[in-house]
Every structure is written in structure tokens, then in C-alpha cells.
Design a protein around this ligand. Structure first.
Ligand SMILES: [Zn+2]
Length: 385
């Protein structure tokens, strides 16, 4: 069985798997993994109002410990394809780079952990002597992520699968391969602030109550710092993303004004405590004179932290042995499927360098694919020691 990450990455990139399309990517992996002796299962998950999405679970070995690798084969759309110098679904090789949508986010990462697992199994006589390797691959990460990893994990648990540790192959490195492991993510909470006044003629403001004044007062109050950060996280941050009155008339004081905001919060807060904090600040600033309400959006992006442990030490050591760099444990950036995995087992995110993800001419260096494969290979070897 070939364990060439470049060949696997190119084959995956050629699958047009824009969320929620499977695009042949999971079928391709199914073939590769089944041939190597993995038990492969495909599951399509549905939810009303969303497109059904296919997912793949594969496992080899039937004893503990079970080391899981997780990732997504879906990609964001390429945008205007004529602006690409290399076809987004061509898997072209030019110079030291492999080009295409998903090259770093994250078909390249999947290619590396698949190649590493196959290589390890080959060296081990085709099957693990002890323990198991599992793969959790979703087609619903770049979209709304309701028919993906969250349901694949539930399904696996219902079928008696347990995981001891997981590595999610998202592009975690900032500048160079080996600089960063993501060991946690901030939570994300969105809401809308609605201030209600009284509509009226601009020439007679005393007969009206302009909600824009109240909105400005509350916006100012809510932008105060939320905390000073914690041992493993930067300070939480609230950012207003839209202010909406929708008034097209010049001589009318509107009756209502709204502002949308998003908070990226650290482990100083739970979602409930954070909502209480925001609502209390608004109450103080309103001082009984501004009539307002909050609408909170449901969120499945809670903050989490994977604390330093022998597993994180093992990953750091493997990365250092292959690259000569000691990665830092970071909790920066947006949310990822690790927020779901953390409820089942400790999870670290480590993959390619993220610089070109979601960009035109997304690309990964061939050298990086080889190095990342060597790192995953080393992690597997150390893990099953
Ligand atoms: Zn990704």
C-alpha cells in the first residue's frame, strides 16, 4: 500500500468536495483505508433545514488505547476560479508546492496522517500489535457543522467506540511547521442588542425618544474589557459587527435600533455567566432610561482547554525530534471541531502551516507534507511505544 502523502493529497484535492458535497473525497479515503485493513463505515447525518452530509469512521485494531485522527474533507468554495493560477481542483504540482482548495485546510493534513498510519502499519506487519488507530472524517466542518463531527462522535459513542486521545489535523502552525500546537479554543457567543424608543418627527424631538442615543450609550458600556486573560488564554473580546436602524427617511426619528455583536471568550467565563455580565452592564448603563432587550443566538462553540499532560509532552517531543522546534501550546484563532472532540477525549490540533487557507492559490509545500507525515508517524510510534 502506497503511503505517499503527496499522491493522497493530490487525489483528494481533485475531488470537488465543497460543503456539503462529498465530491468523491470520502469514497477515495474509504478505498485507501479499506485496502489497508481498516474497518470503514460511512454515515450520512441529517437535520431539518440543512443539507444531509456524509461522514466516515475507520478503525484498525480492537484494543485500547485508541488513538484517533480527525479532520474534514469538505472545503470552502474557490470563489472566481479564473483568479487562480492553478486550477482549484487540479491538484497541480509546481515547484515545491501542491496547489488547490484544501491543500492546507485540510486535505493535506488528512493525506499526512493517512500516510503516517499506513506506513506505521506496514512496518508493523500490516496490523497494530497493540492498541487501535481510528479516523474521524467529516464532510461538514466549513459549513454550519451540524451534520458532521458532533454527530459522528455521538454515533461512535452509541456504537461502543471510545477514544483515548485525538489529533485534529487542522492547519495549526503560524509561520513554519512545528511552531504551534493548538491546545484549546476560545468560545464564541453572538447576540443582538435591541433598543426601543418612540418614533417621531425630527423637528419635534421632544415628542419622540430616539433609540440611537440609547444604543450608543449601551454600545459604549459593552465595549469595556471583559477580563485580563488567563493562564492559557488572551483576554476575552466583544466586537460589534453591525448597527442597524434601516431608516431611509431623513425627517423621521426611528422607533427601534439594533446592534449585533460577537464575543470570543476565554476560560474565565461560562456562556451563562457571560450573558449575565453583559446584561448587568447594559442595565447599569441604561440607568432605567433606555429600553432595551437582548436576543442571544444559540451557540455550540464553548471554550475549552486541553491541559498539559504526558500526551501533550509526547506530541511536543515528536515535533521537536523531527523539526528541531519546540512548538508552543496556543489557544488563539477561531473555533474548530476540537470543541466537540474535547467532550470525548483530550484533543490537540496540529497540521500544516495555515498561511494560504481559504485563499486563492491555496498551497502546501511538498517538503511540509513529508515533514508532517514524519511527525504523525513519530507520534504514533511513541504513542504505542
Ligand atoms: Zn479546516
Amino acid at each position: 500500500m502506497s503511503a505517499d502523502p503527496v499522491a493522497i493529497a493530490r487525489d483528494l484535492i481533485r475531488c470537488r468536495s465543497i460543503t456539503p458535497e462529498e465530491g468523491g473525497a470520502l469514497s477515495y479515503l474509504h478505498g485507501v483505508l479499506a485496502k489497508a485493513g481498516f474497518a470503514v463505515q460511512r454515515q450520512t447525518f441529517t437535520e431539518s433545514g440543512t443539507a444531509p452530509v456524509e461522514n466516515l469512521f475507520a478503525r484498525i485494531g480492537d484494543t485500547a488505547p485508541n488513538l484517533a485522527f480527525a479532520g474534514h474533507t469538505d472545503v470552502v468554495p474557490p470563489g472566481d476560479e479564473t483568479t487562480w493560477h492553478h486550477a482549484p481542483f487540479g491538484g497541480e504540482l509546481a515547484g515545491d508546492k501542491i496547489y488547490g482548495r484544501g491543500a492546507v485546510d485540510m486535505k493535506g493534513g488528512i493525506a499526512c496522517f493517512v500516510a503516517a498510519a499506513l506506513d506505521y502499519l506496514n512496518a508493523d506487519g500490516g496490523a497494530p500489535k497493540q492498541g487501535s488507530i481510528s479516523l474521524l472524517i467529516t464532510g461538514d466542518e466549513e459549513g454550519i457543522a451540524v451534520n458532521g463531527t458532533i454527530k459522528l462522535l455521538q454515533w461512535a459513542a452509541e456504537h461502543g467506540e471510545t477514544f483515548d486521545h485525538c489529533i485534529l489535523g487542522e492547519p495549526s502552525n503560524v509561520e513554519v511547521l512545528g511552531d504551534t500546537i493548538k491546545a484549546g479554543r476560545r468560545g464564541s457567543l453572538s447576540g443582538t442588542l435591541i433598543v426601543t424608543g418612540r418614533q417621531g418627527h425630527v423637528a419635534y424631538p421632544h415628542r419622540a425618544d430616539n433609540p440611537i442615543r440609547g444604543l450608543v450609550t449601551l454600545i459604549t458600556a459593552l465595549q469595556a474589557p471583559l477580563d485580563e486573560g488567563s493562564a492559557h488564554f488572551d483576554p476575552s473580546h466583544l466586537e460589534f459587527t453591525s448597527v442597524d436602524v434601516g431608516n431611509e427617511t431623513v425627517n423621521l426619528i426611528p422607533g427601534q435600533a439594533r446592534a449585533r455583536f460577537n464575543i470570543r471568550y476565554n476560560d474565565c467565563h461560562s456562556p451563562i455567566a457571560l450573558k449575565t455580565l453583559i446584561e448587568r452592564r447594559a442595565q447599569t448603563a441604561a440607568a432605567g432610561r433606555v429600553h432595551y432587550a437582548f436576543e442571544w443566538q444559540p451557540s455550540n462553540a464553548e471554550v475549552f482547554l486541553t491541559r498539559p499532560s504526558p500526551f501533550t509532552d509526547l506530541a511536543i517531543a515528536a515535533i521537536a525530534e523531527v523539526t528541531g522546534r519546540k512548538p508552543k501550546l496556543s489557544t488563539s484563532g477561531g473555533t474548530s471541531d476540537a470543541r466537540f472532540i474535547t467532550k470525548y477525549c483530550p484533543v490537540l490540533e496540529f497540521g500544516l502551516v495555515g498561511q494560504t487557507m481559504h485563499q486563492v492559490d491555496e498551497c502546501a509545500s511538498v517538503a511540509d507534507l513529508a515533514t508532517l507525515t514524519a511527525i504523525y508517524r513519530r507520534i504514533i510510534e511513541k504513542y504505542f511505544g
